[in-house]
Ligand binder design. Sequence first.
Ligand SMILES: [Zn+2]
Length: 267
Amino acid sequence: MPEFEFKLISRANKAEEARIISDIEDTIISTYRYYAITIDGETKGVVNSIETANTVIDEVKSDLLEGVELNIGMVEIFTTDKNIENIDETKNVLNGVKLAKTDAYKKEQEEKRKAAEEAKRKKAAARLAQTTTPGAVTGSLNGMSISRPVSAIMISSRFGSSGSRRSGHTGLDLACNTGAPITPISAGTVTFAGYKGSYGNLIIIDHGNGVQSYYAHCNSINVGVGQSVSTGTVIGGVGSTGNSTGPHLHLEIRVNGTPINPEGYLY
Ligand SMILES: [Zn+2]
């Protein structure tokens, strides 16, 4: 603060009051306090009071998307500049930064989602790529040799009740590409070839010895009822007909009418 002193002067030197005030103003320096609003430590605007600063910050943060980091702060500043408050401009700038950060966040999330999807797809493709030879004998049941019906070895759902299934799963689900050839697990005679409820397109083969096999959700059927088939016969193509969420073969093996777990005979 400057120091002032009162002095008596001659009446002849009487000065105008306005002149005295302007002289005083010329000799002092006024400093004003403001609040700078910052994002990531960088000043984005200036307001006069802490209350205004808080109001502006609250307003900008009010509809901030969860997950978006807005590192917003406030710094006390002192300056000789007068009337530098710019509330509207501050809000505009802050909202602009918020929008940019929100867009960047959304883009990042979308990229993460895409990468995860791609990784999942690659994993599934890699598993599908590990193919086996259909028709090769893998087991025996009631003295009858059993072969794999499709080349894929990815089991998408096992026999019995597991996971989200409330009732037991009566077969083995083998994930395949749509149209992948299906061959019978053993030689036999076709006893059904057509659409059947949740099975979708279904082929049933009777192998004798009380053994039957079901091939469900097919997208194509190449055989007819009464036809004799061997493990070299392509009886149909894998599909997703009936109650199915994606292309796969639902293989069911029934012994005297009761479904058994096919897994041990095939893999
Ligand atoms: Zn199934």
